[in-house]
Ligand binder design. Structure first.
Ligand SMILES: Nc1ncnc2c1ncn2[C@@H]1O[C@H](COP(=O)(O)OP(=O)(O)OP(=O)(O)O)[C@@H](O)[C@H]1O
Ligand SMILES: [Mg+2]
Length: 277
């Protein structure tokens, strides 16, 4: 969290105040740091967009909470979580808040109330929280601000020997390189893939992609490539990528289900493959 504070200050608008309150006890979770960072950023950006005239307060809180049955019932989750202690990540704001109708739809992909919004931030967030076996809860009232809480299962601190063991790589955690010259297409691709638990790196051009793969591409499992880019176009890039010995697949426009289906079969490893949901 400390490392994010600067980034958070930069992303909160105008005269808004951002406060970070970390609980007294150390909190251990088994989580993908990049994805959790993305979750926090989505919350903070939404919170700052909800402030009135850029004035207000956004608070990020972390700690440990005891969640009882009733509390867990009021959460969005896919798991049957048992009552107990959880890691808490909470972002609250004193912005415009939401009515009940809005609050029930905020995790729907493409649901937005903003003229420039894409409605993907919270959909991606819910995917990430679910893939961490967590729960998410929203409290909001029109005019009275919003509090979003994420609960993640606690783990005991890793012993040195456990730390030395690399985490098991499931196909869903595989790293995907998204290549497209349009920012928006890369962003949507990134969010779709991250919501499914993949790690994403981006390149804005074929040259960029080829250079990245040459320099640090050992652990890129797949490349999502736009075939219709200017300059070094998709087809040339594909050739260059093939020359590096990569397996590549293409196809656009794509639907999330097609994309993840293709990825899952491409990366399928029967031994490690989790059940798709
Ligand atoms: N802190 C908040 N206060 C008030 N409304 C919120 C808050 N967070 C989310 N919302 C509502 O939920 C909707 C969906 O949020 P989400 O982050 O998924 O998409 P978005 O912010 O509209 O677009 P983007 O894809 O750029 O994030 C928002 O349009 C807004 O109506
Ligand atoms: Mg958003």
């Amino acid at each position: 969290m400390a490392e994010m504070t600067e980034l958070l200050h930069a992303s909160v608008a105008g005269h808004a105040k951002i406060e970070v309150e970390a609980g007294p006890e150390p909190v251990w979770v088994d989580a993908d740091a990049t994805q959790i960072r993305q979750v926090v950023m989505n919350f903070i950006i939404n919170a700052s967009e909800a402030l009135r005239g850029d004035v207000g307060r956004v608070t990020l809180r972390t700690g440990i909470v005891h969640a009882d049955h009733a509390y867990l019932e009021s959460c969005y989750t896919r798991e049957d979580l048992d009552e107990g202690e959880f890691a808490l990540l909470e972002v609250s704001d004193d912005g415009i808040g939401m009515d009940l109708e809005t609050a029930t739809r905020i995790f729907d992909p493409f649901f937005t109330t903003k003229s420039e919004g894409r409605g993907l931030g919270l959909a991606a967030t819910l995917g990430i929280v679910r893939s961490h076996r967590g729960a998410i809860r929203v409290e909001s009232q029109p005019g009275n601000g919003t509090t979003i809480q994420v609960l993640l299962p606690l783990v005991s601190p890793a012993s040195p020997s456990e730390e030395a063991t690399p985490p098991v790589r499931t196909p869903r955690r595989a790293k995907i390189l998204v290549v497209d010259d349009e920012d928006i297409v890369r962003t949507v691709g990134r969010r779709m893939l991250e919501a499914r638990g993949y790690e994403v790196v981006e390149a804005a051009s074929g040259h960029g992609a080829a250079n990245f793969l040459k320099a640090q591409g050992e652990d890129v499992a797949a490349v999502l490539l736009d075939l219709t880019m200017p300059r070094m176009d998709g087809e040339q890039t594909l050739k260059a990528l093939r020359a590096t010995g990569r397996t590549t697949f293409v196809g656009k426009p794509f639907r999330l289900s097609e994309l993840t289906g293709a990825l899952e079969s491409l990366l399928a490893d029967p031994a490690a493959s989790p059940t798709p949901r």
